[in-house]
Design a protein around this ligand. Structure first.
Ligand code: SAH
Ligand code: SF4
Ligand code: F3S
Length: 467
């Protein structure tokens, strides 16, 4: 497997570890770290890598933010409210750091890739000790060591992912389901979206590196793999051979021990017939496809630069349902894009009724600096956007409840994940079709694939009975 983490990585790790070991000998206390992660699965997985690095440096993870010696904030820039949460959080740390000057603070992730935001944090929040970005997680020990030596904030950002970093391990949150990166970055430049600026140009990992990682996970008892990328259907384009995303799925399907394969996210324009047909032949593919449509109006889709029409999308849904009639289909919708008319919005409402999605992640358009949509005419008022959001949400809730009710009486495979949050006697997990189900059971079931009969349906979860 390719290994190209920064050449000073281990040297810096050892230096920091030595200091922390010495502190332990002196005080009897082990230093602790806490990571708060905002945003998507990509960030969650990056945090699993950061957690591994922190442990190597001698920091034990804690769930108590207020007790940690090292705080890391892995940020998201997708919508304004994601950013506001981070500004609030980082601002509030100023007084905490004044009371405890030994506290270390690092801020990383997507927001840090955007110059203006990073500069605001640099200027206004000098209590932040280390700033790094999405392409240089392997630099954390080097930057932190430099901070310890020079006692000043250290900032390091790489503009792009020119050479993928291979060789970082993970402290994965779960012992039986694992995120695996397959493609980084995005070349689509949807006109509303910051991701191409925060995650750089699209680049695929080599199939051998991915397969080796998954074989190792299978050996360690992992049952479910979630392949990650901003646009997984585009996998392979930078590899200079004809190995496709479906080829990758076919190879993963062969790995003993892996029982379920998921992936996130698919772009409708790149969803090939080859992939659609794979749903008929690859037995480990989960019975679910997340396919964000964003809007049901061709006018809006065009201005979003999505490169498909409503008709193209519906045609793909038809094809996939021909291959797998009961597949669960989920989507993302954004209401209130600049210039969205009542007619455009109606098209979206009609489309969700027509497709009968199993779940819809509904968002309100948020204006992002540096995107094309920032300078578009006819930005909609807060009131109009919210009214449409509420209307769409209520339509969505009716549709997904109806879909969930259709599953009553069916037996579905569930990977048991945790104690149910609202009932101590129950366990919960996700079905093959990505729905949350609660059922009577005990903690010994965690990590097991079980069969559950669906006995009741709500909008956001289902009830079941272990078979
Ligand atoms: N790569 C994925 C999406 C990643 S972002 C894809 O193309 O589908 C997840 C979702 O956030 C998007 O699908 C979109 O619905 C929403 N989103 C992205 N930018 C947004 C913005 N500026 N305002 C509101 N929602 C946004
Ligand atoms: Fe953003 Fe579009 Fe890329 Fe998804 S495909 S990450 S929405 S630019
Ligand atoms: Fe947010 Fe970055 Fe993901 S902007 S949604 S954390 S890729």
């Amino acid at each position: 497997m390719k290994q190209n983490i920064d050449k000073n990585f281990w040297d810096s790790i050892n230096k920091i570890k030595e200091k922390n070991d010495e502190y332990y000998k002196r005080t009897g206390k082990q230093k602790t770290s806490f990571i708060r992660t905002y945003g998507c699965q990509m960030n969650e997985h990056d945090s699993e890598k950061i957690s591994w690095i922190l442990e190597l440096m001698g920091y034990k993870p804690t769930t108590e933010e207020s007790e940690a010696d090292f705080l890391i904030y892995n940020t998201c820039a997708i919508r304004e409210n994601a950013e506001l949460k981070v500004y609030g959080k980082v601002g509030s740390l100023k007084t905490i750091k004044e009371q405890n000057p030994n506290l270390k603070i690092a801020v990383c992730g997507c927001m840090m890739q955007l110059d203006e935001i990073r500069e605001t944090i640099e200027k206004k929040h000098q209590h932040v000790d280390v700033i790094f970005g999405t392409h240089n997680i392997d630099k954390l020990p080097i930057l932190f060591n430099k901070h310890l030596n020079e006692d000043r904030p250290i900032i390091d950002i790489l503009e792009d992912n020119l050479d993928l970093v291979e060789g970082l391990n993970n402290n994965r949150e779960s012992d039986y389901k694992a995120y695996v990166n397959i493609i980084f970055g995005c070349n689509n430049f949807c006109t509303y979206c910051v991701v191409p600026y925060t995650r750089g140009r699209e680049i695929s990992r080599k199939p051998d590196d991915i397969l080796e990682e998954i074989k190792e996970l299978a050996k360690n008892g992992y049952k479910e793999i979630m392949l990650l990328g901003q646009n997984v259907n585009s996998y392979g384009k930078t590899l200079n051979n004809d190995y496709s995303f479906t080829d990758l799925l076919t190879d993963i399907n062969e790995i003993d021990g892996i029982e379920r394969i998921r992936f996130m996210t698919s772009h409708p324009k790149d969803l090939s017939d080859e992939l659609i047909n794979a749903y008929g032949s690859l037995d480990k593919l989960s019975n679910h496809l997340h396919l964000p449509i964003q809007s049901g109006s061709n006018n809006v889709l065009k201005r979003m630069n999505r490169n498909y029409t409503r008709e193209d999308y519906l045609e793909k849904i038809k094809k996939i349902r021909e291959v797998k009639p009961d597949i669960s289909i989920t989507t993302d919708i954004m209401v209130g894009f600049p210039g969205e008319t009542e007619e455009d919005f109606k098209d979206t409402v009609e489309l969700i009724k027509e497709v009968e999605f199993d779940f819809v992640y509904n968002f309100i358009f948020s204006l992002r600096e540096g995107t094309k949509a920032e300078n578009m005419d006819n930005q909609l008022s807060y009131e109009v956007k919210h009214k449409r959001f509420e209307k769409l949400s209520s339509e969505i809730n009716q549709i997904i409840l109806k879909n969930n009710e259709k599953l009553i009486g069916k037996e579905i495979r569930v990977l048991v994940e945790e104690l149910s949050k609202n009932d101590d006697n129950k366990m919960s997990g996700r079905t093959d079709d990505f729905k949350i189900v609660h059922f009577q059971g005990d903690e010994s079931l965690i990590g097991k694939m079980v069969l559950v009969e669906i006995t009741g349906a709500k909008t956001f979860s289902m009830e079941g009975k272990l078979i």
